[in-house]
Design a protein around this ligand. Structure first.
Ligand SMILES: NC(=O)c1ccc[n+]([C@@H]2O[C@H](COP(=O)([O-])OP(=O)(O)OC[C@H]3O[C@@H](n4cnc5c(N)ncnc54)[C@H](OP(=O)(O)O)[C@@H]3O)[C@@H](O)[C@H]2O)c1
Length: 304
């Protein structure tokens, strides 16, 4: 029988890539996606629900109607500065909804794969392992830690993924993709600003999507850091991307830290140690250049 995988935030950047990659699995899976707006793509193994996850009655109705084997919980307010300025709604969506989904998983035995973030760390150390203690600098990071704690207390059949900054193209022309925003700016000949002060280990979305699908179908439980094998500043990362895609590297400029009021502080070095992912996953963890190659190979109709 096909495994039923429910994906929240189904119209978003990462979800779209997971949904497309599910077509390459040799296992039989049915994807049930939920998002605020109807996604305007269709796929043979995909059914799509339009719902606001804050409508708990409706969310529970959809959960019970479909009774998924696995939930990949991606939906979130992912704009860090928006979360800082709108804490109440950020807490409700990023943490409150996780509570409702965790309750369903506990009652039904459904497996949960939760998307946390590298932003749970304060950035003072770098190369964080799954054993390091979270200490978020901003409210978005706090909502992710609160969700992790709810899951840790109530579930055993679960994975808490902490991805690094995610590099890739959205399936829809929307979502939280820095790479797509960067390409659109460079196509217009505009400068793209990336800070030298922020060190990351950017995960490519194709490797990440394959890892998530592998985790959905295997029995590993616990935290897992998914990142590139390369650690670099966001500025150096953007220069390498521009060069690989054939844009002038001069278009990439340094972005000085923005200390204007209302902007959330950013951690300096939240690179992740991906040794555990390398050990337990068949999906290989790759470096920046290999990750870019995967994105280019899987770009579909997108012109880069
Ligand atoms: N992108 C990254 O670099 C990165 C890095 C680390 C962790 N993450 C985490 O990975 C996950 C996926 O990120 P992403 O980049 O794919 O974000 P995204 O493109 O913003 O996708 C999130 C989706 O969730 C939807 N959503 C939010 N609130 C909802 C609600 N109340 N009801 C229904 N749908 C709702 C959003 O709809 P709207 O657009 O209408 O709000 C959006 O389509 C998030 O949990 C994010 O925190 C992302």
């Amino acid at each position: 029988m096909a495994t039923k995988i429910m994906i929240t935030g189904g119209a978003g950047f990462v979800a779209g890539n997971i949904i497309v990659q599910s077509l390459n699995l040799k296992e039989d899976v049915n994807i049930i996606a939920i998002d605020r707006y109807k996604a305007y793509y269709s796929q043979e193994n995909l059914s799509f629900y339009t719902a606001d996850l804050l409508d708990t009655l409706e969310l529970n109705r959809i959960l019970k109607e479909n009774n998924p084997d696995v939930i990949v919980h991606l939906a979130a307010l992912s704009d860090i500065d928006y979360c800082e300025a709108h804490k109440e709604i950020a807490e409700k969506i990023n943490t409150g909804v996780t509570g409702v989904i965790a309750d369903f998983c506990r009652a039904s035995g459904c497996r949960l794969i939760y998307f946390s973030s590298d932003s749970v760390f304060d950035g003072k150390k770098g190369l964080y392992t799954e054993e390091d203690i979270p200490k978020p600098l901003h409210f978005y990071g706090k909502t992710k830690v609160a969700s992790e704690n709810i899951i840790k207390k109530s579930l055993t059949n679960c994975v808490i993924i902490r991805p690094s900054l995610i590099m890739g193209l959205p399936v829809l022309d929307e979502g939280n993709s820095f790479l797509w925003r960067m390409i659109k700016s460079m196509k217009r000949g505009e400068k793209a600003a990336f800070p030298k002060s922020e060190i990351r280990s950017p995960a490519d979305v194709i490797t990440l999507s394959r890892a998530v699908l592998e985790l959905a179908l295997k029995s590993y439980n616990g935290y897992l850091h998914i990142s590139s094998n390369d650690v670099l500043t966001r500025y150096d990362m953007a220069k390498r991307i521009a060069k690989r895609l054939g844009y002038p590297a001069e278009l990439v400029i340094d972005k000085k830290p923005d200390v204007s009021s209302g902007r959330a502080p950013r951690p300096a070095d939240v690179s992740l140690d991906n040794s555990r992912a390398k050990r337990i996953l068949k999906t290989p963890m790759v470096g920046l250049d290999e990750g870019l190659n995967l994105i280019i190979e899987n770009r579909g109709e997108k012109e880069l």
